[in-house]
Each structure stands twice: as structure tokens, then as C-alpha cells.
Design a protein around this ligand. Sequence first.
Ligand SMILES: NC(=O)c1ccc[n+]([C@@H]2O[C@H](COP(=O)([O-])OP(=O)(O)OC[C@H]3O[C@@H](n4cnc5c(N)ncnc54)[C@H](OP(=O)(O)O)[C@@H]3O)[C@@H](O)[C@H]2O)c1
Length: 240
Amino acid sequence: MTRPYIFCHMQTSLDGKIIGNYMETPEGRAGSDWFYELAFGTNAHYKHQGWLSGRTTTDDNFTHYKKPNLPKNPPQVPDGDFIVPTRHTKYYISIDPSGKLGWETNTLTYRDTEAHVVEVLTDRASNAYKAFLREKQISYVLAGKSSLDAGLALEKLRDLFNLQLVMLGGGGVLNWSFIEQGLCDEVSVVISPAADGAAESPSLFETKAGLSGDAPVAFELQGAETNSSGAVWLRYLVKK
Ligand SMILES: NC(=O)c1ccc[n+]([C@@H]2O[C@H](COP(=O)([O-])OP(=O)(O)OC[C@H]3O[C@@H](n4cnc5c(N)ncnc54)[C@H](OP(=O)(O)O)[C@@H]3O)[C@@H](O)[C@H]2O)c1
């Protein structure tokens, strides 16, 4: 299969949580800064062309659970994918199988990184939602009928956008579903020496009923580094 090389890059607490109050500590902030430098900084270790996020991560960080402003009497959109030419060199790819996200523009800014938005939909997304994305000039690709065909989505990112190195950027549900399907090559984690113990916060990897199961996966250590904040950066290959 021709797909991009996929590395999962995440920041966690000492107990493997990917969100929570620990992020507000000096140690948590230093971990976030290192996480950003490694994948988005001027001398980034990973020079990727785009990053993938789950629908919940996009809602938490960018679309804030707004309902999409769907057109009242949308035209029937043409079949297939919708690709918008862009001057941006980075893509933000959102896994949104049924078309829920209330985008307002076709770009986003994460710290000092600007990216063009690409939606990955299944056939569950409505004609009105696709018309809404077209109005906003947001690119979308279709991958799967009622459930996501993640392999096809990645092939399309390679073939239609020429993406060769893509970051799998969370949350835990998205990460695990890709790892479980053998669609992730490498895992990179910045662990901050901080925790908050919140039981409900998602972890680095999360199963979700209907999307993934708990078959074990093993990893092969590639590197371990520390920095002055006490954070640890671990890199692993995913054992196939
Ligand atoms: N620390 C970090 O580095 C980091 C990075 C990213 C995110 N986060 C945090 O992680 C939290 C969210 O994580 P999460 O695990 O709850 O959610 P998530 O992975 O962001 O999103 C899960 C949702 O994405 C869609 N999805 C993901 N994989 C899919 C698949 N294989 N097939 C079909 N649909 C799929 C589904 O959307 P539908 O529900 O619409 O079907 C699913 O419910 C947020 O608070 C975010 O801020 C932290």
C-alpha cells in the first residue's frame, strides 16, 4: 500500500494522560513547548506535511463544539472528493466520519503554524454537510461507507495531496485505532514530570467500542532523551 509514513507524536503526563490540569504546571508547559519544537519548530525533528486529529480533538481545540451552519436548500454536490488548491505547506486533517465539525474557515493557526483544513468523511456525511464544506472552500476526502476506511484515507492523502510524512496527532481513540490497524510506523512521546490523577482524562491510547479492540501491540525503542525541565522524549517503532 502506498501511504505516508505515519508517526504518532504526543505529549503526556507522568501517568500517560493526554489532557488535564497537569498541563498548567511549569513542567507541563515545558513539555508542551518541547512537543511543539520537535514537530513544528524551525529545527523540528519531524518535518511533516500534515497532522491528523480525531473529531473530539478538533472540537476541543479548534471548532469548540459549534454546530455547522448548513445551507437550507443545498445543491446536490458532485460525487467524490473535493480538493482546494492552497498556498499553505501544512495540512490539518480531521477524522470526522459523519460530518459534525462546525468549521468557520478553511485554515487554522496552532501557535505559529498555519494549516489548510482537510476533512476525512465517510458516506454517512450528508449532502448538506459536503455543500457546507464546499462553500467554506474546505477540502474533503471520502474514505469508507458507514465506517472509516483508514487505509484508504491515508492513500488519498498521499495520492491527492502528495503527503509523505504525516503526524498522527491524537487523541487516544484515533491513535489506537490507527496503531491497531497497522497504520502507524513510529510513536514519539514527550512525558512531562507532572500529573493530576484525573481518572476521566483520556490516555495516550484508548479503545472505543466499534472502532478498536485491546489486542496487544509491542514497540521497539529507538531513542530516549531528557531535557532541563525533567521531561523525557521516547521514540519507538511499532512492531508489526
Ligand atoms: N496531549 C496531546 O499531545 C494531545 C494531542 C491531541 C489531542 N489531545 C486531547 O485528546 C482529547 C481527545 O481524545 P479522544 O481520544 O477522546 O478523542 P479523539 O481521538 O480526538 O476523537 C475521537 C473521535 O474521532 C473519530 N474517530 C477517531 N478514530 C476513528 C476511526 N478509526 N474511525 C472512525 N472515527 C474515528 C470519532 O468521531 P465521531 O465521534 O464523530 O464518530 C471518534 O469518536 C482532547 O481533549 C484533546 O485535547 C491531546
